[in-house]
Design a protein around this ligand. Structure first.
Ligand SMILES: CC(C)(COP(=O)(O)OP(=O)(O)OC[C@H]1O[C@@H](n2cnc3c(N)ncnc32)[C@H](O)[C@@H]1OP(=O)(O)O)[C@@H](O)C(=O)NCCC(=O)NCCS
Length: 174
């Protein structure tokens, strides 16, 4: 996995969220295919399917996917979307070939949470994580708690829910 050692890494510079554009969809497809063991849909996505997905994405005003940049270097992606009465954090991935800069994705998660709170004020913020995914521990480090355990057809998953703001761990702002 997943857990990326910080032993050879440097601390992040400025972390930025940049909304995806057409130019990003191929790298998003490649990385999603590489990481598919961690997601519900395990099919290999073709270029054509990715274009269709992007068209659907553009027609959904309640969903925003970002490329996460450290300085000007793309590191991964993260999205949030309103689904029913909750905000779902989705498509969270550190890209495999990106330089390892520990803490960037955590910072990006906090930035997404800030945006979600501004835009969808009052809605609970959640993430659905496969029960076998060590990323459950990463979400816990970042202020989420396991809220419920469910099964999607045959796939067990954990609904991680963000703790109320007053419970959030202290975080330095750079
Ligand atoms: C989850 C994921 C985005 C985390 O990315 P990352 O690059 O490790 O994130 P950060 O750099 O912000 O976090 C690093 C810190 O979290 C810790 N960490 C990483 N994975 C962890 C885990 N599973 N449990 C606990 N801590 C974890 C690291 O040790 C590091 O701590 P340190 O700075 O004290 O050494 C990445 O592992 C990933 O892309 N996983 C595959 C896709 C995936 O599962 N996405 C979630 C789907 S719901």
């Amino acid at each position: 996995m997943i857990s990326r050692s910080s032993s050879n890494s440097t601390r992040p510079t400025k972390v930025r969220l940049r909304p995806i554009s057409l130019a990003d969809i191929e790298i998003l497809r490649i990385e999603k295919n590489r990481n598919r063991e961690f997601f519900f849909d395990k099919r290999v996505i073709s270029s054509q399917e990715q274009v269709r997905w992007y068209r659907d994405y553009l027609s959904d005003p309640d969903s925003t996917l970002f490329v996460v940049e450290s300085g000007s270097t793309p590191i991964g992606c993260i999205g949030y979307r309103k689904r029913g009465g909750i905000v779902d954090v989705y498509n969270v991935m550190t890209w495999r070939d990106a330089p390892k800069v520990s803490g960037v994705m955590s910072r990006a998660l906090h930035l997404v949470v800030e945006r979600a709170r501004e835009r969808f004020s009052g809605l609970p913020i959640e993430a659905r994580v496969l029960a076998t995914n060590p990323a459950v521990g990463w979400y816990e480090r970042n202020g989420f708690v396991p809220f419920s355990f469910k099964t999607d057809t045959t796939t067990p998953y954990v609904v991680m829910k963000l703790r109320p703001p007053t419970d959030l761990p202290e975080e330095s702002h750079d």
